[in-house]
Design a protein around this ligand. Structure first.
Ligand SMILES: [Zn+2]
Length: 86
């Protein structure tokens, strides 16, 4: 059995490191703009613990980490994504 080496990333909320496959990834793609799970560019991650995805400041933390401000359309998408984890 071959095991892939996990890629570890830090959650923007709790600042703990997790295997990337267990994180919600938000990327500011240099061509397409903000994307979920896809894209190339500056990325921020949220772990799937209730404390983090229900963090009332999570959107602020993400925007700070990505150094951008989210458009209302993206906030809707993000909101739906976070609710689908619950
Ligand atoms: Zn977290």
């Amino acid at each position: 059995m071959t095991q892939k080496l996990p890629v570890m990333r830090i959650c923007v909320s709790c600042r703990k490191t997790f295997d990337r496959s267990n994180l919600l990834k938000i990327t500011n793609d240099h061509k397409k703009g903000i994307m979920l799970y896809k894209g190339i560019g500056r990325s921020a991650y949220i772990c799937k613990s209730k404390k983090c995805y229900t963090d009332s400041k999570i959107k602020k933390k993400l925007q700070k980490a990505l150094k951008i401000s989210f458009k209302p359309e993206f906030l809707d998408i993000l909101e739906r994504e976070l609710q689908s984890i619950i």
